[in-house]
Design a binder for this molecule. Structure first.
Ligand code: HC0
Ligand code: SF4
Length: 574
């Protein structure tokens, strides 16, 4: 431990910490715009400059390491004046259209303006009107990600999240210098023509509104208000935990009941659970795996529920498409069941004869789920996808006091019951662990296979592996960068029978549509909550879900039957 003085107060800190971390640990807030936990600090925005006694010039807090005995000032007049000049430069180039901006209220620049009283330095003058946007800097071509580079403050975080050390996709990089420095795609193409996989990690780190998810929430509210169809909503496993952070709860708070009550207040007729379809995925994908193991074909099987990963395979390794499970993702399965199963037909004569379909919305931690919903052969299963962040805006916009809601909400049936195995889908390794629980049972119904496969858990390791008795070795790639590294090795084909890939580190709980967080441990906290829900579930293996059993008995016959293939499986673009 070392001792330092910050703004006249003595504090203890760990050796090796940056001034920024040490100050935050001591309760001192230093403004930043280009810093994000987990990405390298590069001191571009110059907002975090501090004075350290003995140092000739102000030093950036994000890259300067504390030394024992340091005497640090973060709020001198000179520093305040410097930050203000910096802000003036940024604000002179930034559109003054907060009222129209999708991230209003969640924008780091807007927050700093408010907290530091910089409003007076933001001219509402010519060139700053909303319609002054250069259309060449706006790109709405992707079904998942929108760009408006007139809002970019050149922090560089998107390029890091998309490239090194993040996703290692390098769709976005920096071009030009000085005034023209901005994040661009290769040949300045629109995102839809690049190798973007829609993971949304760039939107998660963007401190302003330059990169956002393609918003669906306005349209969802309009459709709910019109009440022309029965409306159905499904909620992803990761959303019920992270939504809490949007309303001031600690990371890792489980808000399932409150969330269900909020969705009812928004006007949805049926509030269902994506987890029901996650259990169904295990039945379909697990059966597919056991059939492939028996026939020794197209192994290893890759999971296909992450649309960012599916996009990557189609773009970069179409030779691997036969290895992808043909099982639709739980989102798409749930949509198909909501629209074309006994449930849909039970909604009334117009629904029974197909003249009408329910309006289906999903709430996902993921931006790529928006383009999954538009995939050829699957479009129509789900009408709109809102991210966790968008749902928070919907809840606020309707004046719903989330924190005051009762925690007693329960999902509707028959598409709302689930097991603990489904809940862990939201964490990296969860799909494979859920599959292991059921596959191990199917190959040895009288045995007592493990329920918990801890080797597959955790948000930090890139690749996790274990052996499933009677099935074979399985692996989990935690993030698309880990998957790319694995595919460059020589022996992955021979080593494993099944591989889970989630494009975002941490799995869906780290998805590009989750709340933005400056807590470096946020992924671990969300994961702990997911495993706690599983640990307390009365049923923890997917085949134990009674409503899934009923669905097979009444409608689908058995896993991978012709009826199941027609409703729950898909093909990929070669
Ligand atoms: Fe996921 Fe899913 S677990 S991809 O991360 O499989 O988005 O939370 O909803 O579909 O269930 C995301 C999360 C889901 C799906 C499920 C899977
Ligand atoms: Fe890169 Fe993902 Fe953003 Fe696309 S969505 S630009 S792949 S970080």
């Amino acid at each position: 431990m070392i001792t330092l003085t910050i703004n006249g107060r003595v504090a203890e800190g760990e050796a090796g910490l940056t001034v920024l971390d040490a100050a935050r640990a001591a309760g001192v807030s230093i403004p930043t715009l280009c810093w994000y936990p987990g990405l390298p600090a590069h001191a571009v925005c110059r907002m975090c400059l501090v004075e350290i006694k003995g140092a000739p010039n102000p030093q950036p807090a994000c890259t300067t390491v504390v030394k024992d005995g340091d005497v640090i000032e973060t709020e001198t007049n000179a520093l305040r004046a410097f930050r203000q000049t910096n802000a003036e430069w940024l604000l002179a180039r930034h559109p003054n259209d907060c009222l129209h901006c999708e991230v209003s209220g969640a924008c780091q620049l807007q927050r700093l303006v408010r907290e530091h009283e910089w409003e007076t330095h933001w001219p509402a003058s010519a060139g700053q009107a909303p319609d002054a946007h250069d259309p060449d800097l706006t790109d709405h071509t992707s079904p998942s990600i929108w760009r408006d580079l007139s809002k970019c403050i050149e922090c560089g975080l998107c390029a890091e999240a998309c490239g090194e050390p993040g996703q290692q996709l390098n769709v976005i990089g920096f071009a030009d210098r000085g005034e023209e420095r901005r994040p661009v795609t290769v040949f300045d193409q629109p995102l839809s023509e690049t190798d973007c996989i829609s993971c949304g990690q760039c939107t998660l780190v963007c401190p302003v509104g330059a990169l956002i998810e393609a918003p669906h929430w306005h349209e969802v509210l309009k459709r709910l208000d019109s009440r022309q169809q029965v409306s159905v909503v499904q909620v992803a496993p990761a959303t019920r935990i992270a939504i809490s952070e949007e309303f001031g709860f600690k990371p890792g708070t489980v808000s399932t009941g409150r969330l269900i009550n909020a969705l009812r207040q928004l006007g949805f007729d049926y509030v269902f659970d994506t987890n029901f379809a996650a259990d169904l995925t295990i039945m379909e994908e697990g059966s597919e795996l056991l059939a492939r193991v028996k026939a020794e074909t197209d192994l290893p099987l890759f999971t296909s529920c992450c649309p960012g990963w599916v996009n990557w395979v189609e773009l970069h390794r179409p030779d691997l498409l036969p290895h992808l499970s043909t099982t639709k993702s739980p989102q798409q399965m749930h949509g198909a069941l909501s629209k074309r199963s006994l449930f849909a037909r039970s909604l009334g004569p117009e629904y029974a004869d197909g003249a009408k379909e329910p309006y289906v919305v999903s709430v996902m931690p993921c931006t790529a789920k928006k383009d999954e919903a538009a995939r050829p052969g699957q479009s129509g299963d789900v009408d709109h996808v809102v991210t966790t962040r968008e749902l928070a805006r919907m809840i606020r916009s309707r004046g719903i006091a989330f924190g005051a809601l009762d925690e007693d909400g329960v999902f509707d049936n028959p598409l709302g019951d689930s097991t603990g195995a489904a809940q862990i889908f939201g964490a990296s390794g969860g799909v494979m662990e859920a599959m292991a629980r059921t596959a191990a049972h199917l190959v040895d119904p009288d045995g007592a296979p493990a329920l918990e496969w801890r080797a597959l858990r955790g948000v930090n390791a890139g690749v996790k592996t274990t052996q499933v008795p009677g099935v074979g070795a399985v692996a989990v790639c935690n993030g698309i960068a880990a998957a790319q590294r694995m595919l460059q090795t020589d022996d992955w084909r021979d080593q494993y029978v099944a591989i889970e890939v989630m494009a975002c580190v941490g799995g869906c709980l780290g998805g590009g549509g989750e709340p933005k967080s400056m807590d470096p441990d946020v992924l671990t906290k969300r994961a702990q909550a997911i495993y706690a829900v599983d640990g307390q579930a009365p049923r923890r293996r997917s085949f134990e879900n009674p409503d899934v059993q009923t669905l097979y008995d009444k409608e689908l016959g058995r896993p991978n039957s012709a009826a199941a293939q027609a409703l729950l499986h898909t093909r990929y673009a070669e």
